[in-house]
Design a protein around this ligand. Structure first.
Ligand SMILES: [Zn+2]
Length: 76
C-alpha cells in the first residue's frame, strides 16, 4: 500500500491562464488593515493574469513560539 499524502506539494496551476508553479503566485496583504497596520488577510493571486486563488489569514504564519499557556500555581 502506497500513500503519498505529504510527500510533496503539487504545483498549483492557474485555472485561468494555466501557468504553473508556486512562484507564479503572489500574495498581497489586504487593503483593509487593523489599527496597528496589520492586514486582515492576504490575497493569493496569479502573477500572470491576476486570477485570485483565494484569501488566507496571516495567522498561519504566526511568529515562532506561538501562544503560551501559562498555568498559575495555586499556593495554599
Ligand atoms: Zn493565471
Amino acid at each position: 500500500m502506497t500513500e503519498k499524502q505529504s510527500a510533496g506539494i503539487a504545483d498549483p496551476t492557474c485555472p485561468s491562464c494555466e501557468v504553473r508553479g508556486m512562484d507564479k503566485i503572489v500574495s498581497q496583504p489586504s487593503s483593509e488593515t487593523a489599527k496597528k497596520g496589520q492586514p486582515w488577510f492576504f490575497v493569493a493571486q496569479c502573477t500572470d493574469c491576476g486570477h485570485v486563488y483565494g484569501v488566507f489569514a496571516k495567522h498561519i504564519f504566526g511568529p515562532p513560539g506561538g501562544p503560551q499557556l501559562v498555568v498559575k500555581e495555586r499556593g495554599n
